[in-house]
Design a protein around this ligand. Sequence first.
Ligand SMILES: Cc1ncc(COP(=O)(O)O)c(C=O)c1O
Length: 342
Amino acid sequence: MSPFGRNFLPGPTDVRPEVLAALDHPMFGHRSPRMQALLASVQPALQECFGTRQPVFVATSSGTGLLEAAIRNGVRDRVLVAVGGYFGEYLARIAESCGRQVFRVHVHPGLAITAEQLDQFLEGPAVDAVAIVHSESSTGALADIPALAEVVRARKDVLLLVDGVTSVGAMPIEMDRWGADYYCTGSQKAMALPPGLAFGAASERFMARAQEQDDAGYYFSVRRMVSIARENLPTWTPAVSLFLALELQMARIAASGGWSARWARHRAMLETMEAWIAAPFVAAGGPTVMALRASIITTNIVVATLLIVGIFVPFSYYLDRLFYRSAQRRAARQQSDGRRGS
Ligand SMILES: Cc1ncc(COP(=O)(O)O)c(C=O)c1O
């Protein structure tokens, strides 16, 4: 098997060879007792990971599928989205593409919206939900979800929807205790699984809202996903092989001390990286180092993979956008030159 090598992204993360080997297994029925036993066995670990007593549902999609589900099922008309980087804007665009009215609150890249700021903005135009990226992968900024949830909970009938794509599994999440209404992630990040599964959980408040939504969609109906998760069954025909990898990975995590040991290991790796950066580089004071320093100071995130990719994540997304835009401009120029020539 070829090695993982370097991958300057927050995911797909490295998948252990034994977890990859679990994929190499004959198919079995997705409504079979085997699948039901598998889902029953992973449910407690997933609930612990999300910090919830609600069922954690598993969809065959990337994280974005369950972000769209959050909007379609949890936002009636108007949503406030905090934008401090690429994924805040991503969330805002998902909401707009679902036909919702979006109020963007821009915060400086590298920072996250504070509870005081959110409180002030919620005095403005009425919204029925607030959507926030917990760990903004493009800058490393970590939002203080417990404090933000307190502000949201003080309003009647406003839900808090959280993109936990690079926080769930990487650090302790206490969804129920904090009072967040929705969290989701993808398998290819801190779960250290191949891409293709997404995990989500929704509060009772969220479920009551979803009940009233008439354009919640079909494939990503949270009502359907939750009700079938209660029976330990998957919605639709899932990526059966990935469920085998999930089963093995949850067993591995349990055998190596459970989630708390994993979160502690991530934190230790983060601290090692911070110390490594602070020691030889910060003293040099170059612009790149300053950018690094800002992102490190504002983050608490403990994603294991950031040890390797931490330096490049903030830049890679912006470079990617830059190259994408210049490629688009070049294509448009070529097209208009072509039209002039013909
Ligand atoms: C914070 C955040 N949100 C959303 C996404 C999109 O997730 P996916 O590619 O699983 O759809 C990513 C991907 O890196 C992310 O880091």
